[in-house]
Structures are given as C-alpha cells and as structure tokens.
Design a protein around this ligand. Structure first.
Ligand SMILES: Cc1cc2nc3c(=O)[nH]c(=O)nc-3n(C[C@H](O)[C@H](O)[C@H](O)COP(=O)(O)O)c2cc1C
Length: 190
C-alpha cells in the first residue's frame, strides 16, 4: 500500500460576502496542516467558476476534479442556510462523481443558532452517500459562530475546539487510511 501522506482538502461551502464559515475553514486547515502525515489545501467554492446553465458532471472544473481525484478524504465546512446546505455547495459537489468513490468525508456545521449546523449536517448525509463518499460518525459543530472568533479571525476558545478537532481528525484519518487500502487492494465484485 502507498505510504504517501494522505491528502485531505477542506472545502469552504459558501461564497457569501461576509461569511463566518471562512474563519472556521481557516481554523480547520491550520489544524490539519499541523499533522505531518497529512497534506491539505483550502478549496473555496467562491473561486470555482461553474455555469448555472446546466448541472452535474457536464460542468466539471478540471482543477476541482483533479483535486477530488487526488484526495483520500474531504472535510466540508458548511453553514446552515434554512436548515439546509448552500445551493452553490451542492452545485459544485455535483460536478464530480467517480472522483469521490470510496473516499472518506468529515462534516463541519456552522450556524448562527445554537445547534452548530446539526441540521445542515443531517441534510448533507444522504448527499454524501449518493456521491459515493463514506461519512465518519463524528462531526464538528460551530454554534453561535458570530461569537467564536476575535477581530483577527482567531478562535477565542482554541483548546476546546482543538480537542474536538483532534477526535474528529483521528477518525477521519483512520477512515481515509482504511479506504485507501481498500481502493488499492480490494476489488468490488468477482
Ligand atoms: C439564507 C440564510 C439562511 C440561514 N438559515 C439559518 C438556519 O437555518 N439556522 C441557523 O442557525 N442560522 C442560519 N443562518 C445564519 C448562518 O448560520 C450564519 O450566517 C452563520 O454565520 C454561518 O453562515 P455564513 O458562513 O454565511 O456566515 C442563515 C443565513 C442565511 C444567509
């Protein structure tokens, strides 16, 4: 089995001007980058120019597709919009399919309310399954996000969130490692 570092990019799932989720995504990327055995990068969906004249794989962005192909796992940082996910996040995710299959995904919910994006995470789960991604059983929730960061975008209670992040990341690394082994060594069917 390849022992190259796992590649786990972080998708920032809203293009909104003034988005608080950007602070969360930056914190998550920073935390992933601390791990020497993991490579990561931030994918900001705002920077992916995808037409709205069509939907699905016909709109594939070559760079996004190549990054998904290379990824062993994904982290999606999504705000909760009316209990769901931002439409543009789904539009971007829908442009790939085979790139995701048998890869792990961890979900981070962000909300102004006190449930920490629990409802957006619940709504993302069936989408992840249909895309062929394998979800882990531990999520990250950022509730009352408007009060979590200082003016420079640093988390006020870093120790608490770093502890939660470590538990989440340990699980995602385990799942990404197992699935990499499976993709390389175990065939589907006869
Ligand atoms: C269209 C829209 C719908 C929203 N719906 C919810 C919601 O259902 N629950 C909630 O806690 N916050 C909701 N919010 C507030 C967001 O959670 C809040 O803006 C938070 O900062 C995360 O989103 P952001 O990254 O766009 O800032 C909504 C915001 C928008 C723009």
């Amino acid at each position: 089995m390849s022992n190259a570092p796992l590649f786990i990019p972080v998708i920032l799932g809203t293009p909104r001007q003034g988005r608080q989720s950007e602070f969360v995504a930056k914190f998550v990327v920073e935390q992933v980058a601390v791990r020497e055995d993991i490579e990561t990068e931030l994918i900001d969906i705002r920077t992916i120019a995808i037409s709205t004249q069509d939907a699905g794989e016909s709109l594939k962005d070559p760079q996004f597709s190549a990054t998904m192909e290379r990824a062993d796992g994904l982290i999606i940082v999504s705000p909760e919009y009316n209990h769901g996910y931002p439409g543009l996040l789904k539009h971007v995710l829908d442009t790939c399919l085979k790139e995701y299959i048998h890869k792990a995904v961890g979900l981070c919910g962000v909300s102004a309310g006190s449930f920490g994006g629990t409802r957006v995470i619940q709504n993302l789960l069936p989408v992840m399954r249909e895309l062929g991604l394998v979800t882990i059983f531990y999520d990250l929730n950022f509730s009352n996000v408007q009060s979590l960061f200082d003016e420079s975008g640093d988390l006020l209670d870093k120790p608490t969130y770093s502890r939660r992040f470590d538990r989440f990341m340990d699980e995602l690394v385990w799942m990404s490692t197992v699935l990499r082994y499976g993709r390389q060594s175990v065939r589907v069917g006869q």
